[in-house]
Design a protein around this ligand. Structure first.
Ligand code: ATP
Ligand code: MG
Length: 687
């Protein structure tokens, strides 16, 4: 791609990002405004103009999926040689390289699972903890370490930041477990995820030769999703950059969703202070989503407090109008999962590709019901976050077998892959039916597809392939099979789909019940914002009044929907026990185009003060018909249809039974009784 072509694909602000190749750059921008696009184009433009040597560029992000996305965008722009990695993968590569020189011997084994080591650490202290408590302790240790705390400094820091109590332990006990955990790892000579970064920070800080070599290799840095950087990652980055100033960071403070794990948006917001003379560029044009979706996302942020509010950017959609987001309520989680699966089924029947659709949720446990509902309808899906995929036995075995096959370098790696996986049960055609056999085939086939993609790169060998697969396995990222994506909101960050379902939008799930402090609730709001802004065209948000069928309907819709839908008063009637409850159309005013916050206005489809766009003659015709019917019924006119309903019919001008039913105020009874009459009046008026 020529330099000119690259710039042409950008809007003026994005172009400024690409053109700012000297000195530090900070891009503050909302969701879907083209941050990732701007930085990948910046790299491509720098390479195309000869100002950047692709071998000296390091693009960093947080998840393996995001890194893969960056690599594929860079490849499309003609700069495949640029390294795009996660912090962890980049640090691990460097640590492998330098370990023999700095410490001696090969790099110790990486801890595949921290649980056993933490469990042992606890038992050495004669503490009995269950698995859930272990998980909390583990997260706390991780937080402490990415926050650069030691067992000595942890208790004070925990008190200062008012960390909630962990599994009923005092901070001093947590500090003792931390020490014990370090001992377990040392004795077994094992490294964990954080050790990789911590050691690399140590090497860079203490060994001038290491720092020199790394800085010789990487001279230009770009970091995506910078709002989620932790103190440890920040330190590592500063050591990578050294005295140079060639650092470009992009992020959105309203998408900070890893605070609980040590992320600090302040690194992004304070970047201009940290790097004096930095160019700051703001992007507000949203290219991803329809105006209807953007409006909903903006409304959710309107309710934000604290720094999220102060630093928020208002998105302006650049797209044509699309359908209004739908807010749906269900009696229970199962009904919700079934309802979502049913809608997806309809979409697929209409010709949508399953890969266009994502179902997003707050916690992974919520996925199971959806998985089951989809399986029940024969709809394929993949679980994003990918831990499942590379954990599958057949995938593990396939990787081992492929690794063994690299002993002889193959002339036709793609054939070797098919051959090798064929021995494990892969075939060109899927086996009939569903069940375990089909699942195994799906996994192996995904592996074949993934291999094809990797091997399509010029000169790629079987060894390259296996290395990439192992890297992915390490980062627990699954390749995409052609199915509906199920993902936690955390795993969906930075990604986009034409159709998105956000489930579990109720108090207790979103915000999650664990979020108690205002800061924690704000993080949940940002999560919700991230979820909504993944959608390009069609967005459905749903919530369920109870967890299990028949249980008490105690849940309420999420507070983040305040101003969007009517929240029932505590004593309001409970939702019906079966089927989908009335869907609330999250509409915009038909006249002025602004959001309709009042439920009454939503029913009317326009603000009370905005003039009705209905044809007065049509309205009069409908009123005359109503008078007649009311005489026939010997009952007041409003018992036939209310004024508001008549107006809504005239405004929406439905031409089918279904459209008529969608008009607020028209139920099946009214439809059966008056539908034919009304549609006839409308048709006459039209002609
Ligand atoms: P997020 O905050 O979710 O990570 P982002 O700011 O990184 O979003 P991108 O993923 O880069 O946004 O872009 C969002 C979508 O908009 C992509 O499909 C991208 O191709 C498209 N897009 C961005 N900029 C432009 C543009 N100038 N012209 C056309 N399409 C664009
Ligand atoms: Mg992005």
């Amino acid at each position: 791609m020529s330099a000119e072509n690259i710039l042409e694909a950008l809007d003026p602000e994005q172009r400024e990002v690409a053109l700012s190749l000297d000195g530090p750059v900070c891009v503050l921008a909302g969701a879907g405004t083209g941050k990732t696009r701007a930085i990948t184009h910046r790299i491509a433009y720098g390479v195309a103009t000869g100002r950047l040597n692709p071998r000296h560029v390091l693009a960093v992000t947080f998840t393996a999926k995001a890194a893969a996305e960056m690599r594929s965008r860079l490849r499309d722009l003609g700069v495949p040689a640029v390294q795009a990695r996660t912090f962890h993968a980049a640090a691990l590569r460097q640590l492998r390289h330098f370990w023999p020189r700095v410490v001696g011997g090969p790099l110790p084994q990486l801890l595949p699972q921290k649980y056993p080591a933490v469990a042992e650490a606890c038992s050495r202290l004669h503490l009995s903890v269950d698995r859930a408590a272990l998980r909390d302790i583990l997260s706390e240790i991780e937080w402490a370490r990415v926050s650069m705390l030691t067992p000595e400094s942890y208790p004070e820091a925990a008190a200062r930041t008012r960390r909630p109590g962990v599994a009923g332990f005092e901070s001093r006990s947590i500090a003792r477990i931390m020490t014990s955990y370090e001992e377990v790892k040392r004795e077994r000579s094992l490294l964990d995820f954080e050790d990789v970064l911590l050691h690399m920070v140590g090497f860079l800080a203490e060994r001038p030769d290491v720092a020199r070599e790394v800085r010789e290799q990487y001279r230009h840095f770009v970091v995506d999703e910078y709002q989620d950087v932790s103190p440890l990652q920040h330190d590592l980055l500063r050591l990578w950059v050294g005295e140079r100033r060639d650092l470009c960071v992009v992020g959105d403070a309203a998408q900070t969703i890893y605070t609980f794990a040590g992320a600090r948006a302040s690194y992004l917001l304070d970047f201009p202070r940290e790097m004096r003379g930095a160019t700051v560029i703001r992007l507000e044009r949203n290219y991803r989503s329809t105006p209807q979706i953007v409006r909903l996302a903006n409304t959710v942020l309107d309710g934000a407090r604290g720094r999220t509010r102060e630093t928020r950017l208002t998105l302006v959609s650049q797209r044509d109008d699309g359908p209004a987001p739908l807010i749906e309520s269900y009696p229970d989680d199962l009904a919700e999962a079934q309802g979502v699966a049913e809608r997806i089924h309809e979409l697929l029947q209409e010709g949508r590709s399953a890969a266009d659709v994502a179902v997003l949720f707050r916690t992974n446990a919520q996925s199971e019901a959806v998985e089951e509902a989809l399986t029940g309808r024969g709809i394929g899906y993949l679980v994003r976050g990918g831990d499942r995929f590379f954990e599958r036995q057949e995938v593990r075995r396939a990787l081992l077998t492929l690794r063994a096959a690299t002993a002889v370098e193959s002339e036709d790696p793609s054939h070797t892959v098919r051959d090798t996986l064929g021995q494990l049960g892969w075939s060109a055609e899927p086996p009939a039916g569903t069940g375990a056999q089909r699942e195994r085939w799906d996994s192996l086939n995904a592996l074949v597809n993934l291999s094809d993609t990797v091997l399509a790169r010029p000169g790629a060998t079987l060894t390259d392939l296996v290395r990439e697969l192992e890297e992915r396995a390490e980062a627990q990222s699954a390749p995409t099979v052609d199915g509906v994506t199920l993902a936690s909101v955390h795993a969906a960050k930075g990604l986009e789909w034409p159709v998105v379902f956000v489930i579990g939008a109720s108090e207790g799930l979103m915000p999650i019940s664990m979020a108690q402090t205002p800061a924690e609730v704000e993080e949940e709001r940002r999560l919700f914002y991230v979820a909504l802004t993944r959608a390009k065209d069609v967005l459905t948000v749903s919530w369920a009044a109870a967890r299990t069928p028949g249980a008490r309907s105690s849940r309420k819709p999420s507070r983040f929907l305040d101003g969007v839908i009517e929240r029932p008063e505590p004593r309001s009637p409970q939702p019906r026990r079966s089927g989908r409850r009335g869907a609330t159309l999250l509409d915009t005013c038909r006249v002025c185009g602004e959001m309709l916050a009042e439920p009454r206005d939503q029913r009317r489809g326009r603000h009370a003060g905005c003039p009705s766009p209905a044809d007065p003659a049509l309205l009069e015709g409908l009123r005359a018909w109503r008078r007649e019917r009311s005489r026939e019924n010997a009952a007041p006119a409003y018992t036939v249809l209310t004024d508001a309903t008549l107006e809504a019919i005239a405004e929406r001008d439905p031409s089918t039974d279904e459209q008529l039913l969608a008009v607020p105020g028209v139920g099946t009874a009214k439809r059966d009784r008056y539908g034919e009459d009304i549609l006839a009046i409308l048709a006459r008026h039209r002609s």
